[in-house]
Design a protein around this ligand. Sequence first.
Ligand SMILES: Nc1ncnc2c1ncn2[C@@H]1O[C@H](COP(=O)(O)OP(=O)(O)OP(=O)(O)O)[C@@H](O)[C@H]1O
Ligand SMILES: O=C(O)C1=C[C@@H](O)[C@@H](O)[C@H](O)C1
Ligand SMILES: [Mg+2]
Length: 218
Amino acid sequence: MLIGPMAVGKSAIGHQLAQQLGAPFVDTDAVIVESHGSIADIFAGRGEHAFREIEARTVARVVEEAAGTSTVISLGGGSVLDSGTQQLLERCIVVYLECDADTVAARIARNSGRPLLAGDGIRRWKALFATRKPVYERLADIVLDVRRGSVPELGRRLEAVLRAYPGGIGTAANDTAANAAIGTSTAADPATEKTRAADTAANTAASNIPAAKQEVEK
Ligand SMILES: Nc1ncnc2c1ncn2[C@@H]1O[C@H](COP(=O)(O)OP(=O)(O)OP(=O)(O)O)[C@@H](O)[C@H]1O
Ligand SMILES: O=C(O)C1=C[C@@H](O)[C@@H](O)[C@H](O)C1
Ligand SMILES: [Mg+2]
């Protein structure tokens, strides 16, 4: 499950990772566009509140459908503000793509269709990031620094981290691995599931991974 602010590469790196793994890829923004039309039109016609409701329902459906599979899911930048979505993320391996304004500036300038960045895009990006950063950090299991590296390079780095992550892809560290969960697990109690993965990390001497969070190339 990839989270982070706008234009950090959630869609691009998520797609890349899924290709590398031969896993399904779902971009929740794209799912919304398929059923409801462009995000800019939803904001313009129905407002941000309506968009957030659609977004929360979409994320819930996508997570439900991906339960027990190795699905890579990229979320919209603001979806993590919803409390229901935050609860759902407890079931998932959450990767926060950490970036800065300098890195995304050119991408935003050539943007876009991101209604929240209309006008002075980089100023608005910085303001949104300042309020959301603590939420991204709190939800993250893995922090991937995406300030340097191409999309394929970052995809490979992320794959390596996930292969070493307890309960991640291709690991036999615990019975979560039976679900091969990248995006989601089938745990009945999501909180228990995440704790179990963390406990296993603490007990896996060879893995060298801190219990709850792992920072990559900070
Ligand atoms: N590491 C990178 N190097 C070069 N270009 C990148 C990198 N990561 C992403 N990009 C490019 O930046 C643009 C924005 O990336 P992307 O759409 O994946 O961002 P996002 O996080 O999904 O944004 P949003 O929240 O708006 O959906 C795309 O054109 C993508 O190809
Ligand atoms: O950060 C945000 O609030 C958004 C990010 C995009 O992914 C889209 O979901 C939409 O443009 C809103
Ligand atoms: Mg995206």
